[in-house]
Structure formats: C-alpha cells, structure tokens
Design a protein around this ligand. Sequence first.
Ligand SMILES: [Zn+2]
Length: 334
Amino acid sequence: MNEKIELVSDLKADDSINRQFDKNNRGKLIDARSKFAEKRRINKFETTWLETSKNKIIQSLDSDLDNTDQLQIIINSFPQEQIAEAFALSAKSFGCSDGRTSYEGEDNLVKLGMAGGGIMLFAREVKADGRLETNVEWLSRLHESTKFKNFLKTLIDLNVKEIYGHDECGAAEKVNGKEMGKTDPLIFSEYMVLSLEEMGYYITAKHLNLEGENQMRNDIHDERMLVLDGTGRFNPEKLGFPSHFMVNSPSFNAFAGENEPIVSDKDLLNELETLCGVAKGHGFGAKFSEKEPFYIAITAKNQNQLDHLLKLAEDVKKRIPDMNIKINGYIYNN
Ligand SMILES: [Zn+2]
C-alpha cells in the first residue's frame, strides 16, 4: 500500500517539474513526459493487480492451492442453470486470445479465441531469397491451402458470426515480426471474412478491427488466467471469471475428421507458451508467485480430453520454469 502512495506522490512531483520547463527545454520535457507515462503505467499495473485480486474465482483458487479439483468445486457451486448458460450453444465471435480484446458484443456473441486469431498456424513464409512473402504471395498461398479451408469450415461449424483482428498483436509479432504485428492480424481476419463469403457463408455481424483504447477492453495486459477450452462453447464471462486469455484451439480438431488436425499438439504448445510469455513479459509477470500464481483453467468435454490437455499444460509449465503457473481442470459433459 505504501508503495502505491509513494508512486502517486512521485507522479504529482513529476507533473510540477514538467510545468517548470520552458520552450527551450523541449527535449527534457519530452523525456520527463515519457518518464511520467511509464510511472503512470506502473501505477496502473499496481491498481489493476489489486482489483483483479478481488475476483471471487481468483480468491477461491488462491485459497486452496493444493487442491487440483478446485475448479470443479468452484464451477459446481454455481446453480445448474447458470452453468448450463455458460456452456450454451450460441453464436460466436472469433478473434485473438488476447484478454484486452474481450468485449461485450452488441449481439451477445460468445468469444472464441486463438492466439493471433489463428495467424500462428498460417504465418508468412520466408522466400528462397530470404525475404518474407508479400501480402499477395501470402494470401494466394492461403487461397490454395486445404488446411486454411478446413480452418474456415470449422469456423462455420462453430457458428461464428463475427471475426475480429486487433493491432499490436503479440502472436502476430512472434511469427511475422514487429512491423507485421501491427497490420497482419487485420489483413488476416479480413481475408478470413472474404474467403468465407466466397464459400457462400456470410458473416451476419460485422467484421471488426479493434484498435486503440476505445475499442480494446484495457490497454495493459491484465490477464490472471488462461482459459483452455475444449468444449467450443464455454463463456467464462457468465461465471464471473477474471480477465483471461481465451484459447479454444482444441475445439478446432473436432470437425477435422480424417483430415490432418488443424491444430497439432505442437501448435497448441507453441500457442500456450506464447500467451503465457505475454503474461510473463508484458503482463503481471513477476507478480505471479507461489501463493498467487497464473492459472491455466481447462474446460473439457470428457475425461480423455481433460487428461490430454492437462498433460499439454504441464509441458508448457516445464517450458517456463521461472513462472508460477497452476493448472486446473473441469469437465462439462451435458
Ligand atoms: Zn493478438
């Protein structure tokens, strides 16, 4: 608490210093301003951490860390009707797992997420001369790809009515580089919509590009959890879950049939590691401790799927040994 008060008085002190600068001191003023912005950012992390710590699900999970069935107990404590509502078959919105993109859609669409809105599965390729594919080369290759077509068919099967991209996407940045992280998710999501229309499937709601503070839920990564959903229907908002990354990738293989899985275990590991890396490097990072860990909450449709996803999550945990991660699972088989 003291630390927080100190930070606020520091901010005020900085502000009065700012006012003392004259026009000839522009360089210093800008420097002071960016220092001020950085402090404000740190302050926001502090207050958001305290706020998210009040979340009931987080408090329940933190209260019994040794119990691996804690998520089952928590979800089962809700009235049956509310649980059914959280797993209702409803129309979906599809986009990046990024917790900052969660929003209350106008049409009550349930959010389905995949890191970068699936861009990690369809990254640009490096050509023989060492350069990345151009937009035209990249999109033409996707146009011919069976995997991309199966991916789109899955969106139809999952009842997706809206697709969105967002700027400054960490997942896109990871696969295609920093500059591309600004534009690729937008190009990719728009191309998905166009391709679906070409297949005769019309996205009834709008296609969105979420940009800037007004359209993003938050401007800092405040995720306390990663929800790994294998049911393809879980809506964590209905049960008051904390801010989270949403990963529905396991659901994408349910419709692949005899075809090659759309998301392999290797892809999923890569995706989960990337998102935990975002929480560690750009989110609450060092705040996650043994007593207040980052949670991976798995919702599965049966014991087999849960066992499989638990194992994958354990592998992710091993890949990031210096991050405190706790894994929990829940089976919804109605
Ligand atoms: Zn993203």
